[in-house]
Design a protein. Structure first.
Length: 390
C-alpha cells in the first residue's frame, strides 16, 4: 500500500502536424510538459480525522436525501438528473435557461447550443447511472459516447490519440496543465478502475479521489470534466449511497469553482484532502438546494389542484403531473409520454392554459408548444442558488 505522491512531468518535443497548426503565429517547435499520473490502485487514504468525519456526515446526508423522496421519486429523479447535468456545464461556463433546456428536449424542438450540450450531458448522466452496476472502462467510454454523440471530431467513446491541455494557448507549450501522453492512458485508466472498485475505502473520499485522478488522466480530447462528473454519479450509485435519485454534486461545486479547481491542483501536488473536503462541502450544499427545489415543485403541483377544473379521471391531471418534470410540452411529447393522440392534445392543454398553469410559447398551426412558467422559475431559481457564494 502507498500514500499519494505528487505527479511528475515529462519533457516532450512539440512538433505540430497538419493544417490545424499551420500558422506563422504558432511556435513550430518547443518543449511541453505532459503529466505522468501516479498509480493509485493500492492507495492508502492518509487524511485527517476531521476530513473523514465531514465526508461521513456528507455521505449520511446523501443517504437521507435519497430515502426521503420515497414514493415521489418519479418526477424528482428526472428533475434532479437534469439539474445536475446543467450545473456540470455551468462549471465550464456554459449556461442555459430552464426554458431553453426544456425546449431542446422536445420532440422536434428548437435546440440552442448550450441547451443541446445540457441534453447531451443528461444522456451521459443517464448512461452513468444505467451502467453503474459495473464501473469499468467500457462504462466510462459509454458515458463519453453519450456525451459527445453530436461531436464526431472528438471521437465519442474513444480515448484520445493526441495531446490535450488546459489553457487558452493553441499549443501545449506553456499550458497550465497538459494531460499525460496518450500512450499512458490505458494503463492509467486500468489503475483508476482497480481503485474505484475497491470495497475497503470510505465511499465519498474514494469517489472524490477517483474523480481527481480521472481529471488528471484527461483521457479524451473534450468532455473530460463532464465525463468525470458523470463518473461521480456512477460511483455514488455503484457504492449504494444513492439508490433512486441523482444528488446534484456539481450544483454544490458551483458555489466555489475556484476552490474546486484549486483542489484538483492540490491533488496533483500530492494532497488529497482539499478535493475530499470540496466534495463533502459540495454535497451538503447540493442537497440543501435540491431539497428546496423539490419543495418548490411539490408546492407548485399542490397549488394546481385548487385551480384545475377537470374530472378526476381526466388525462388533464396526468399532463399536470408531467409538467413537474417536463415544463415545456407539445403534442408530440404528450403522445410520447402519455399516449395521447396529437389531435386530442388541445383537449387537455386548454384547461391548463385557462387555469393559468400553461402559457402557449408558439403560435400558428405548426410547432405549437406550451410552458409552465412556475416550474421553469423554480428550476432557474435552483440554478441561481448554485452560483451564490456561501
Amino acid at each position: 500500500m502507498t500514500s499519494l505522491r505528487p505527479i511528475t512531468y515529462e519533457n516532450v518535443r512539440w512538433e505540430p502536424q497538419g493544417v490545424r497548426y499551420a500558422s506563422a503565429a504558432l511556435p513550430k517547435y518547443g518543449i511541453y510538459h505532459p503529466a505522468v499520473p501516479v498509480a493509485i490502485a493500492d492507495l492508502v487514504l492518509d487524511l485527517s480525522p476531521s476530513v473523514f468525519a465531514d465526508a461521513e456526515s456528507a455521505s449520511n446526508e446523501i443517504a437521507r436525501f435519497d430515502a426521503q423522496l420515497g414514493g415521489e421519486i418519479a418526477p424528482f429523479a428526472a428533475v434532479l438528473l437534469r439539474s445536475e447535468s446543467a450545473a456540470s456545464l455551468q462549471i465550464e461556463n456554459l449556461a442555459a435557461s430552464a426554458r431553453a433546456i426544456a425546449e431542446a428536449e422536445l420532440p422536434g424542438g428548437k435546440v440552442k447550443r448550450n441547451a443541446g450540450l445540457v441534453v447531451a450531458n443528461t444522456a451521459a448522466m443517464q448512461a452513468a447511472v444505467a451502467l453503474s452496476d459495473t464501473v469499468d472502462v467500457n462504462a466510462i467510454l459509454a458515458m463519453h459516447q453519450a456525451l459527445m454523440v453530436n461531436e464526431p471530431r472528438h471521437t465519442p467513446g474513444a480515448f484520445r490519440a493526441e495531446p490535450v491541455w488546459i489553457g487558452r494557448g493553441s499549443t501545449p507549450i506553456g499550458a497550465k496543465f497538459v494531460g499525460p501522453r496518450q500512450e499512458l492512458i490505458p494503463r492509467a485508466i486500468d489503475d483508476l478502475i482497480v481503485f474505484a472498485q475497491r470495497a475497503d475505502l470510505p465511499t465519498l473520499p474514494q469517489i472524490a479521489i477517483a474523480h481527481a485522478q480521472f481529471e488528471t488522466i484527461h483521457p479524451f480530447t473534450d468532455g473530460n470534466g463532464r465525463t468525470g462528473r458523470a463518473l461521480v454519479q456512477a460511483m455514488l450509485r455503484n457504492k449504494g449511497l444513492t439508490r433512486k435519485v441523482t444528488v446534484p454534486v456539481s450544483a454544490g461545486l458551483l458555489a466555489d469553482t475556484n476552490a474546486y479547481f484549486a483542489a484538483l491542483t492540490s491533488y496533483r501536488d500530492g494532497d488529497a484532502a482539499p478535493i475530499v473536503e470540496r466534495f463533502s462541502q459540495a454535497t451538503v450544499l447540493a442537497i440543501a438546494n435540491g431539497r428546496q427545489l423539490v419543495a418548490d415543485i411539490r408546492g407548485i403541483r399542490e397549488n394546481w389542484n385548487a385551480v384545475i377544473s377537470a374530472r378526476s379521471d381526466s388525462a388533464v391531471w396526468k399532463v399536470a403531473d408531467l409538467l413537474t418534470r417536463r415544463p415545456v410540452v407539445n403534442a408530440a411529447l404528450l403522445a410520447q409520454e402519455l399516449g395521447i393522440e396529437s389531435t386530442n392534445a388541445h383537449r387537455y392543454l386548454n384547461p391548463l392554459a385557462a387555469a393559468g398553469i400553461l402559457i402557449e410559447t408558439t403560435s400558428g398551426p405548426r410547432n405549437r408548444a406550451w410552458r409552465s412558467p412556475e416550474v421553469l422559475a423554480a428550476l432557474d431559481a435552483f440554478a441561481e442558488r448554485c452560483v451564490r457564494r456561501f
